[in-house]
Design a protein around this ligand. Sequence first.
Ligand code: GLC
Ligand code: CA
Length: 550
Amino acid sequence: MKKQWYKDMVFYQIWPRSFKDGNGDGMGDLLGVYEKLDYIKSLGCDGIWFSPLYPSPGVDCGYDISDYMDIAQEFGGMDAFKKMLDGAHGRGMKVIMDLVVNHTSTQHEWFQKSRQRIDPYTDYYIWRPAKPNGKLPNNWDSLFEGKAWAWDEVRQEYYMHLFAIEQADLNMDNPLVREEVKKILRYWLDLGVDGFREDVITFISKPEGLPDDRLMPASKGIFMFNHGPHLHEYLEEFKRDVFSKYDCMILAEAPLVTPKKALEYIDEGNAPVLDMMIQFATQEADSFMTDYIHMPFNLRKLKRTYTKWQTELDGKGWNMLYIENHDHPRMVSRYGSEKFQKESAKMLAASYLFQKGTPFIYQGQEIGMTNWYPSDPEMYEDVQTRWQYFNVATKRSPEKRLQRLWHGSRDAARTPVQWDGGENAGFTTGKPWFYINENYKHINVADQEKDEHSVLNFYRRAVQLRKELSCVRHGNYQEYGKLSGTCYTYSREDENQKILVVCAFCEKQQKWKVPAGFDLDAAELVLRNYEKVDPSVLKPYETRVYLWKK
Ligand code: GLC
Ligand code: CA
């Protein structure tokens, strides 16, 4: 029987460049992480997911890997990694790595040899000759910049890149490539890591013949390569040959996945090939398809998605829970309110931390960090963001185009963690590699440590409560007041206890009536974000958790 330790855990996601600089060169690193292990533990987190730490030219901030078997010098190299890993394990924490094998950096040795047709690397990537009519091999788009094909002068052929031009897609149909992947997996598992977060893993199997997508341009080609013909088979192979031999956890990033589709991979009763998947649907309550197409926040849409995932997986599959990561702007600025930063950050925490699944907290989320609004598009670092500004919607005014980035850019969540109100927000003693959000003087860890009512201490209490209550792990999920566009209410119940979680997603005060069947007089109010509570009224972004013991 596989141990399922991840079901009892809360994970913390580290995006290494911006977490904490330990050596004063301005870039976050593993020395910085090592210093902060007790802090992470103090949140009640017992696992860490690291965004890529490997050597990389940094075109996509580490998601373009040039060596899978090493740790980048800028993060402290292998020694710093081992020290951090021991430190984490010593505190009873698990560590999972990012596995990015849909593509490699074009600087990777495999690509450099493949472009020269040096065996065995010749067919490691997806190469196609030019067509006599001058057209590209097919009509797919890159998700980051331009079309999905780039011309290589050395090989005199096109290679596929679903992401940046410097991220060449691997040919996973080549068994030698799959052996390389397994070598990488074994290497890190033997070193002691506890699992992987698999980057866009649902894209690794491309359809035979790479046919044109007839839904272009709207679809960008994504329906052609998402959940491709051999995906399940390759995941099964990785599981059979590697994962089944270790006590590890596998979390797969899965754009567009539905609960029904997810169950093809995570149904525990049906030889699952993955443990959990990262869905995107809960990120789409204020956007359409991508964060750049911004719409007014729609709570009903969010609630439908939450409830759909909670109920359709029930009794069959387990999943991860998150509201933030390094690919989306900050939630307080999106589903919450910067005006009610403190209240809404806490409410957002309660809205997902008591659902069934394994919660992930993204660095800075625990203090309610907000979006970053640079005055000049040149200040953006992210390759995708820059393409969006300089090549998309170019007919609009510069102001409108900049606002589009404020809503859509991932860089909003990539500014350094605000540790204190001092110079560079305590992130570095040197010159920070990136801009620091100007609000660090009033949103930072040091101040919140001292304040019993801070967002930080709310997170700690919520996580602790989650761990104490058996109903949060296994209990039944039920939603109330589905039609409300301003309030999300759900309960969790098992044989020991029942909780009711109430979340006001609104700047205005609203009336509230306890759902039928709940007796507030018999309940204990175990978590709240206002000192004084009026049972019949919800204040702006108010949240409460009531507990009934049986
Ligand atoms: C995933 C990562 C993202 C990266 C992309 C390409 O979506 O989360 O940060 O840019 O894959 O690797
Ligand atoms: Ca550093």
